[in-house]
Write a protein that binds this ligand. Structure first.
Ligand SMILES: Cc1cc2nc3c(=O)[nH]c(=O)nc-3n(C[C@H](O)[C@H](O)[C@H](O)COP(=O)(O)O)c2cc1C
Length: 226
């Protein structure tokens, strides 16, 4: 294998950067690729978009990678703005320069609602993007209840994420062999992290705690615009 074939790039699409669930998921995958002999690089889209120079570095990194992984949150059923902008830049660059390499492209989308299927539209957008700009679609992984991870390292996030870790390990195996992620990985990633009632109970508890801290617990059910 050449050096190019063993290089992977992670694009973190969360404005939270390194402290995001997107970064947790992508970093775990990058580490598994490192164990399989890959050299890896991680770029936060938000930082990269700050200057023309940093945007150029992102574009060069995409050109230089055999595997590109985008890990991003879901914002209003879609990719966040910084990811849309990053995709626009990559599309314009690849149209203008027609690079020889055709990297594998894996998209990982995580959302706040407990069901993973909310990510379907965003993953369809990523798939279309890959086709338009000449990247080989390696699949899409969707995770629900992403706030349960909240930027923690997956290796330290306990049994709750064991299926997530397994999904990423299977994905690393496939990517290292130059293949798309297997259906088993997609299924494991989409499996609920916890029973629905527990997630809803935790979510309600969190909102009430925030309301209490802000002195508005008693008015939490107000509907001033009715
Ligand atoms: C502006 C905004 C819009 C969001 N829209 C959705 C949404 O449409 N559906 C959903 O399930 N979660 C939505 N979320 C929740 C995030 O997807 C969720 O918190 C995710 O775990 C954040 O991942 P990150 O830590 O990688 O940024 C939204 C969050 C924000 C800040």
């Amino acid at each position: 294998m050449t050096t190019w074939e063993k290089s992977a790039l992670l694009l973190v699409g969360s404005p939270r950067g390194g402290k995001s669930t997107s970064a947790s998921l992508g970093t775990y995958l990058l580490k598994r690729l490192q164990e399989r002999g890959f050299t890896t690089q991680k770029i936060n889209c938000r930082s990269a978009l700050k200057t023309g120079e940093s945007s150029q570095r992102l574009l060069a990194a995409v050109d230089g990678a055999a595997v590109v992984v985008l890990a991003s949150p879901l914002y209003v059923d879609s990719p966040p703005y910084i990811v849309m902008r990053t995709m626009e830049l990559i599309a314009a660059h690849r149209k203008a320069t027609a690079p020889v390499g055709r990297p594998l492209f894996l998209a990982i989308s995580n959302c706040g609602f407990p069901e993973a299927h909310h990510n379907d539209t965003a993953l369809a957008i990523y798939r279309r993007f890959a086709r338009e700009v000449g990247l080989d679609w390696a699949g899409g992984l969707a995770l629900g209840a992403g706030e349960s991870i909240a930027g923690r390292e997956l290796a330290e996030a306990g049994g709750m994420v064991h299926k997530v870790r397994r999904a990423l390990e299977l994905s690393a195996d496939a990517l290292a062999d130059g293949e798309a992620v297997p259906p088993e990985a997609v299924k494991l990633m989409a499996a609920p992290l916890m029973p629905l009632w527990l997630y809803l109970w935790g979510g309600n508890w969190g909102w009430k705690r925030q309301a209490r801290n802000n002195g508005v617990l008693k008015s939490i059910k107000d509907r001033p615009y009715l």
